[in-house]
Design a protein around this ligand. Structure first.
Ligand code: UDP
Ligand code: MG
Length: 328
């Protein structure tokens, strides 16, 4: 409690009258949801004259008619800007593109499927006005997730937060409000493999949370299957921790120590009882166990080597095909 008290003391209220708000919305094959999203956002913010809205859709290489739908929507809604990427770069890259282009005082990454309720942004703006730089949306339940997704999420956070710095808060996704200063810092980070949740946590700043019950997707289907989530989790852990590399040193030490004891035992046994031939089973166990451990170790080293290899190419994070609706 002491900490949050200190935090309250240190923040300074913001008295900006007309807020420019940028929504950053990555979309990948979302033709069913883009208009539902836009209608809802307009319904929420239409009545506020002091909030100047900018909706940035990042079309992440959709293969359906998402782009055509967006261009239609843009005809009636001048606040829409569309960044059309040259192919599917993944949600992290699409978010990066949106943050690079967003121009508002406050920027909010938000999913298009209305699982992140736009109404909550009003509450976030309230906290921002109090002086917080980041206001995260925290889910109070995971009822809209499958059992497997809930369990794997719990384990991911447990392992990640044990071995990585900084910790990622549980049940907090990309949905959050960020002050301009935070977005500028994120945009200046040079790495090209971007695990956004980790980067958000890494930059820090004064953070508050607002809670919400996460609803189901309004339409369409999820874009992430189990295999992609597994890879995403690996990405997160290897981006922010080198412990998986270090553990082999200790494991190797323990195995070597045990073999040393075993060797002494064998020598004594031969000296006392003489030579006996059996031992096939123990040899096979030792060979396969060590072989397996070595392969895992090499795999993990490979994972990190691969990461630095890709990073060292310094390729851009995403490529823009075209931006519709330039800032005037
Ligand atoms: N998304 C994206 N690129 C991708 C995958 C997803 O831009 O390669 C977008 C998607 O259109 C949606 C958001 O990321 O706006 C979250 O995706 P989804 O709802 O499928 O994820 P879930 O909520 O199931 O984790
Ligand atoms: Mg979703």
């Amino acid at each position: 409690m002491q900490d949050s008290y200190l935090l309250e003391e240190n923040i300074e209220a913001r008295n900006i009258e007309n807020i420019e708000l940028s929504l950053v919305v990555p979309v990948f094959n979302e033709s069913e949801t883009v208009s539902l999203f836009t209608d809802r956002v307009k319904a929420v913010f239409g009545k506020f004259n002091d909030i100047k809205l900018e909706i940035i859709f990042i079309n992440d290489g959709s293969s359906d008619d998402t782009l055509a739908r967006l261009l239609d929507l843009q005809k009636q809604n001048s606040e829409i800007r569309i960044v059309d990427l040259s192919r599917n770069f993944g949600k992290e890259a699409a978010l990066t593109a949106g943050l690079n282009i967003a121009s508002g005082h406050v920027v909010v990454p938000i999913d298009v499927d209305l699982q992140d309720p736009p109404e909550l942004i009003l509450e976030m703006i309230g906290k921002w006005r109090e002086g917080y730089d980041v206001v995260v949306g925290k889910r109070i339940n995971r009822d809209s997730d499958t059992w497997a997704k809930r369990k794997s999420a719990t384990w991911f956070y447990r392992i990640h937060n044990k071995i990585s710095e900084p910790k990622i808060p549980e049940n907090v996704g990309d949905f959050r409000l960020m002050d301009r200063s935070v977005v500028d810092v994120l945009n200046a980070l040079p790495e090209s493999r971007r695990f956004m949740k980790g980067l958000f946590a890494w930059v820090g700043f004064k953070t508050a949370a607002v809670t919400y019950a996460r609803p189901e997707r309004v339409a369409g289907t999820t874009k992430f299957n189990g295999w992609q989530l597994w890879n995403f989790a690996l990405e997160g852990i290897t981006s922010f921790s080198t412990d998986p590399l270090r553990v082999w040193m200790y494991l190797g030490g323990v195995v070597a120590f045990i073999s040393f004891l075993f060797a002494i035992f064998m020598v004594l046994k031969v000296l006392i009882y003489g030579v006996d031939v059996p031992g096939y089973a123990s040899v096979v166990v030792a060979v396969t166990l060590l072989g397996g451990l070595q392969l895992i170790g090499i795999g993990i080293i490979g994972e990190y080597l691969g990461r630095s290899y890709i990073e060292s190419k310094r390729r851009p994070i995403y490529l823009v095909r075209r931006i519709y609706g330039k800032k005037e």
